[in-house]
Design a protein around this ligand. Structure first.
Ligand SMILES: [Zn+2]
Length: 350
């Protein structure tokens, strides 16, 4: 478990906005180097690790990118306007510290708004649009901002942090989907050491947050019979959320997706994942998520259809700077996924 926590810290404190995933890709590659048969990047930037000794072709997928922002204007006074890259809720942006990834290195800054002292009451009640916000890096002119390295097209992300909380919980940025990358990296290494009877393609995808783009090309090169997508998935077990809307809860095990807005899991495959959980002694919980999807949405529609499942580690506060997860759920997702690979190699066709 200590190793998993260290890897989670390393990956989640790396920066990888959609389209800029190189740092996470090289961290994952150096973790897997020496264990897998091959490691390559495809034309879009997906990292694909191959292992296994024959048998059904299985694809694992976890996305490397995180929700981010991009500078789209620098004004005369040195303020940076930005657009979201991925699904960002304007309410969590206000007042945040951000890191602007300039051409000369990272720049600290924040998303500030007018103080209450000078804000009319009516305006204070209204939620602003993202285009009304700005990033302040301290520059007092466009020239100074550019001299510091800020450009139109510079990415901005939430700053890196990682903390152990009470009990077995940890807090950090980008657990969606660095926790999936951790589970996938650990499963891949274990499968390689066990020489499991599957042809395993572990894909670390790019640009999921802007519309499942990496998965769309990766599935073409892998052409799998089975796929398991590993996600930091939604937990809504917080005050004010009614019992039936709480979806999945922290500490109650890996989330096995039944349905979301991009896929209905083939029943036979869902049952295989549940059997895997039970055989591995891994806690699990069923999950139905309306209004969002995963890379599985593209993968399962490939070719003549791919039996695809989603195994999630529940995370609170998705797409915010501070996510919280329970390490027991991470361990359960790892055990479940590894066991599912063993079952696939034994049963071939669920
Ligand atoms: Zn995700």
């Amino acid at each position: 478990m200590d190793e998993a926590v260290r890897l989670l810290e390393r990956l989640s404190t790396s920066y990888a906005p959609p389209g800029g995933e190189d740092t996470v890709a090289s961290e994952v590659a150096s973790f897997l180097e020496g264990y897998v048969k091959s490691l390559e990047r495809d034309g879009l930037g997906n990292l694909i690790a191959r292992t296994g000794r024959g048998g059904p072709r299985v694809m694992l997928a976890a996305h490397m990118d995180e929700v981010a922002m991009m500078v789209n204007w620098i004004d005369e006074e040195g303020y940076l306007s930005f657009i979201p890259v991925g699904g960002l809720d304007v309410r969590i942006l206000i007042g945040q510290r951000v890191v602007v990834h300039g051409v000369k290195g990272p720049l600290e800054g924040c998303i500030g708004i007018k103080p209450p002292h000078i804000t009319p009451q009516e305006e204070a009640k209204r939620v602003p649009e993202i285009r009304e916000l700005h990033i302040d890096i301290g520059a007092s002119s466009r020239a100074e901002a550019e001299e510091a390295g800020a450009r139109i097209g510079s990415y901005a992300t939430f700053p890196a942090h990682f903390a152990r909380l009470v009990g077995l919980r940890v807090m950090g940025k980008a657990f969606d989907d660095r926790v999936g990358c951790v589970v996938e990296a650990l499963v891949t290494r274990a499968a390689a050491m066990e020489e499991l009877g599957v042809e395993l393609y572990s894909v670390f995808t790019v640009q999921e947050e802007v519309g499942l783009r990496g998965a769309t090309t990766a599935v073409n090169s892998v052409n799998p019979e089975y796929a398991i997508v590993l996600e930091g998935s939604v937990a809504a077990d917080t005050p004010g959320v009614p019992e039936q809307s709480r979806v999945t809860r922290l500490g109650k095990g890996a989330a096995v997706r039944i349905m979301d807005s991009t896929m209905i899991t083939k029943r036979g495959f869902y049952e295989l994942l549940v059997r895997a959980a039970e055989r591995a002694g891994a806690a699990w919980q069923p999950q139905i998520v309306l209004g969002s999807g995963t890379d599985a949405g593209r993968i399962h529609l490939h070719g003549r259809g791919v039996a695809t499942g989603v195994v999630g580690v529940p995370c609170r506060y998705l797409h915010s700077p501070h996510l919280i997860l329970d390490l027991r759920d991470l361990e359960a997702a790892y055990k479940l996924t590894l066991e599912a690979l063993r079952l696939i190699s034994e049963e071939r066709r669920p």
